[in-house]
Design a protein around this ligand. Structure first.
Ligand code: PLP
Length: 459
């Protein structure tokens, strides 16, 4: 029975994916076709003619208890391989794995390729961006690495927004750069004209295969105009030579921004942050069209950067509360930032909720974002000494890198996450010595204000 459940669950997941023929939500509101061997209870994305919210669908979408002994929640399928019912089944499944048969894999094969927990997680993640498909990875960096390596080849140029998370910058420059792949960048806040100038300059140098964005940027919170990037890409490159647009959506996703709705082909996530949300796991994801994800899936199958069943199960649990957590953290951040902005020892707060009406950044925010999130920068009056004093005197807010957990964290990007970035580039990108990055959690906001108040007294 468990063997049967596992196989049918995977087939269910594949069937679910195949039912979404286009990227539109309407196409995804059809009921799921039954699997070849055992019918899955039909699941719908709508009720009474209106689409269901992702937060509702996180409780059960993509999983039928009847296929797993009636278990309300999906079991953790701890197995490295799956038994085929017949040799012909095995052949057909492998044809799906290596891409000889269109439509993806029809069944479970081997833990490096897929598993029921991972497939349910992928189906649920895709719903947040109303995308065709999703792929999950062992970390955010393994998602980014697999995506870039799948799409670039020697001699190509990657055009990226700046700044990027430091490990991503290093990956593009020092790791992928070893394979004769160059890069050019534009400031995350660049105008459409500046983005176009960079793309034209890059095109003159070689084949541009990827436009890589991070929005909001880590750690400055600068927003990239994803719609402008897509429009410029379509204007500068002819059909057949258009680079794929990837956007790291870790800071606002999946609740407050969906880059694939604004022209990105692929949204990238460190699931370690808001989606995981409890600072107890690492994971990553790519969300997008099947066509954009196909080479990434093929590379993931080859090198095995997929996440494991236990982490996938934890992420399924996290997804049930992601909207609640992100909304509460956002409300906390809004109140705390209002307190910090008026504090005499604070020079500035880099918070999306404070973007000037009429500014270019505010215009991007209004078009792309549904909320300000809860990760922001606090620029303390002074330098590293004052920033360190603030960090060392916080009592509730923990001094740690990472973000998006239930607990509040603060860190010093210039001396920690972005230490490897050369000083001149840090200065150019606004990663200053008096910048403290804060990620607000779901504690009571009065306690958070009290903590910052007492810590600032020591600055
Ligand atoms: N992208 C951004 C914006 C990040 O902040 C991070 C990590 O902090 C990553 C990617 C990498 O994610 P992971 O640590 O899960 O590999």
């Amino acid at each position: 029975m468990p063997r049967d459940s596992a196989q049918v669950n995977a087939r269910r997941a594949s069937a679910l994916r195949d039912s979404a023929e286009t990227c539109t939500f309407a196409a995804m509101t059809e009921t799921v076709p039954s699997s070849r061997r055992r019918a899955m209870k039909p699941q719908s994305l709508e009720l009474g003619g209106r689409p269901l919210h992702p937060s509702t669908l996180m409780m059960g979408y993509g999983y039928d208890p009847a296929l797993s002994e009636g278990a309300l929640k999906p079991p953790i399928f701890l197995t490295s391989t799956y038994v085929f019912e017949s040799a012909a089944d095995g052949k057909r499944f492998f044809e799906g794995i290596i891409g000889r048969r269109p439509g993806g894999v029809e069944g479970l094969v081997y833990g490096r390729f897929n598993g029921p927990d991972q497939e349910i997680l992928e189906d649920r993640l895709a719903l947040w961006e109303r995308a065709e498909d999703a792929l999950v990875f062992s970390t955010g960096m393994s998602a980014i690495t697999t995506a870039l390596m799948a799409w670039v080849r020697p001699g190509d140029i990657i055009v990226h927004s700046a700044p990027l998370y430091a490990a991503t910058e290093k990956l593009i420059d020092a790791v992928i750069g070893k394979f004769s792949v160059g890069w050019m960048d534009f400031r995350a806040s660049a105008s459409r004209e500046a983005i176009e100038a960079t793309l034209r300059a890059a095109k003159a140098k070689g084949r541009v295969s990827v436009i890589y964005l991070e929005s909001p940027a880590n750690p400055t919170n600068d927003l990239v105009d994803i719609e402008a990037v897509a429009a410029v890409r379509d204007a500068v490159f002819a059909e057949g030579e258009k680079p794929v647009i990837m956007c790291d959506n870790t800071f606002l996703g999946p609740v407050f921004q969906a880059p694939t709705r604004h022209g990105a082909d692929i949204s990238l996530y460190s699931l370690t942050k808001y989606v995981g949300g409890h600072s107890d796991l690492v994971g990553g994801a790519c969300i997008g069209t099947k066509a954009a994800l196909a080479p990434i899936l093929a590379l993931r199958n080859t090198i095995g950067t997929i996440t494991d069943p236990h982490t996938s199960w934890m992420l399924l649990r996290s997804l049930e509360t992601v909207q609640l957590r992100m909304e509460r953290a956002e409300a906390n951040a809004r109140t705390l930032c209002a307190f910090l902005r008026d504090h005499p020892k604070i020079e500035r707060v880099g918070y999306l909720g404070f973007l000037e009406p009429g500014s270019a950044q505010r215009d991007i925010y209004d078009r792309h974002c549904a909320g300000s999130g809860s990760t922001f920068s606090v620029i303390v009056k002074g330098g590293e000494t004052q920033a360190f004093r603030l960090l060392d005197n916080l009592k509730l807010v923990k001094l740690a890198v990472s973000l998006g957990g239930t607990e509040s964290l603060a860190s010093h990007p210039a001396a920690m996450t972005h230490l490897s970035v050369p000083d001149a580039r840090k200065a150019e990108l606004g990663i200053s010595d008096n910048l403290v990055r804060v990620s607000i959690g779901i504690e009571h906001v009065d306690d958070l204000i009290a903590d910052f108040k007492q810590a600032l007294e020591a600055v």
